[in-house]
Design a protein around this ligand. Sequence first.
Ligand code: ADP
Ligand code: MG
Length: 431
Amino acid sequence: MGLIELDGVTKTYGGERGLLDVLRRREPDTVDALDDVSLAVERGETYGVLGESGSGKTTLCRLLVALDAPSSGAVRFDGRDVDAQIETDERAFRARVQPVFQDPYESLNPRVSVGRTVAEPLVGRRDAAARRERVRDVLADVGLTPDAYLDARPRDLSGGERQRVALARALAPDPDVVVLDEPVSMLDARTRAAVLDRLATLQDDYGLTYVLVSHDYRLVRGVADRVAVLYRGRVVERGPTEAVLDRPRHPYTAALRDATPTLDPTTERRHADVTPAVTDAADSPAGCRFHPRCPRVVPPDDWTGSRDAFRRALRFRRRIAERDPVLDGHGSPDAVLAHGLVLDLPRAHRTATERDTDGARVDPDALDVGRDERAALVDAAAAVVRDDHEAADAALHGVVETVCARDAPPERPVDGRRVACHDPMPPERDA
Ligand code: ADP
Ligand code: MG
């Protein structure tokens, strides 16, 4: 049992029927910002949560600090349900679990003095003299000279100073857990290093437990003891930080790593083998949510071609389902295939050879597929030429199918971590 934990937590936003929904006679869109997430944070550790924008990181933070309640599942602190703790003694809970948010410009009232801001969580808990003393102590702890800052207003401070004030306020009630939502992403590089350094010292001095949420691979790699990688509201891989981030076994973790510029300019930058992010979070694909971007998407057992060819065929099938306009206006099946089989990797992520061979067109004859598979692709393309998308989809039925689109992969133990993937990556050999 962890000090603070999520147990099977789902958080759904939306679902209220707005005027537009009524007019369009449709059900309102909902987003599962978190989908059945469990994690347990141990006392004294730094638990990292890594994910791209929109993956559910802020939602997770808001649930941990009880600014929001889960749609289902439970949040527990010290073994007890957080909702129940809020009901019985909200003040006590809030003193023990403190948030620090990403934007120090929004999280502090610009007109309230630093002294009053930092004292705020102590009101009603200590007398005025003890409060003043405590405020001076924590300001000094975060590296702000009390006499210079007590009467300052946040509006007169820099981003780095404001984030230190936010940190001082979080520390004032002597919490057990600090939940840090992208705590340094708005700071410049030098301020960032100073704040991170201070966070590490404070963790030792106060015996703090951190949950640190970030989109920054290197940051999480540098500070977290354990990490969970979030993709669209689901944990795809988790475990000790070095195992997960240095030797990923989930294709998404690997893609994140490969998209991270290295600090060492002598190592060649690898390209991330992923197709562009699907930006509309309301449209969550079935099965593994990563599968439309996944370079390791699993072909059916009887697929005889290469995995790359399967991935392209699947991309073609999705283009048919989406009525992608790149399929329109071609006079021959081969021309449809030439456009339909393109993977559209982000330009920055392509290698030099991909730029040559995989621009706007693919040569269908160069594709590594079996005879029947090739015939199905040509049938589908011919149907697209006739503008018959149902027939096109039917031609690929039973041929271009994947377990990744059918079943959500359960998490399973792989090599010292847990991975939610139908086909985790093999171990990488050390270069
Ligand atoms: P992150 O912090 O990783 O960028 P968030 O937790 O902010 O992710 O958001 C996760 C998903 O939930 C996104 O698709 C976002 O649009 C949606 N979302 C977040 N907050 C709300 C809200 N209050 N109402 C509706 N949708 C929301
Ligand atoms: Mg966020």
